[in-house]
Design a protein around this ligand. Structure first.
Ligand code: DQA
Length: 151
């Protein structure tokens, strides 16, 4: 099973960025964690990060026919982007939403998630572990032969 792990804006700043909220580990550490998880679980994972909304839309579109599942942390685009929601709906690939922090305990403007409508599951407030949970969920519930959300 091939899983695409997408991280949106400012997640390349992990480790430097508000460590009290996002921790002290870097984006490179996150990629290593995801690749280790993939090896342990017999999955194939590819990581992609961009600060640009259109680049994220392009990457989701390119996943069609290539990836079996997507784990996405859209960063601040979670709260603003209908384009990312539409992209996930368009490809109809099972997608899990992940946030490092628990957004439900943060500012009012973080309480909206557009992408959530198109996602089969959300994990938040678990740090890097949320990405592992997302990958495991896709493996267990959305592997070969399992029905897709939009079917
Ligand atoms: C985030 C939460 C978002 O509100 C924020 O804009 C981010 C990161 C998280 O992983 O906790 O950039 O998605």
């Amino acid at each position: 099973m091939k899983i695409l792990v997408i991280n949106g804006p400012n997640l390349n700043m992990l480790g430097k960025r508000e460590p009290g909220i996002y921790g002290r580990e870097s984006y490179a550490d996150l990629v290593e964690f995801i690749q280790r998880t993939a090896r342990e679980e017999g999955l194939e994972a590819e990581c992609f990060q961009s600060n640009h909304e259109g680049a994220l839309v392009d990457r989701i579109q390119e996943a069609l026919g290539v990836f079996d599942g997507i784990v996405i942390n859209p960063g601040a685009y979670t709260h603003t982007s209908i384009a990312l929601l539409d992209a996930v709906k368009a490809v109809n690939i099972p997608t899990v939403e992940v946030h490092i922090s628990d957004v439900t305990k943060r500012e009012e403007f973080r309480q909206v998630s557009y992408i959530r409508q198109a996602c089969v599951k959300t994990y938040m407030g678990l740090g890097f572990e949320g990405y592992r949970q997302g990958m495991l969920y896709l493996k267990e519930h959305c592997g070969a032969g399992k029905p897709r959300a939009g079917d």
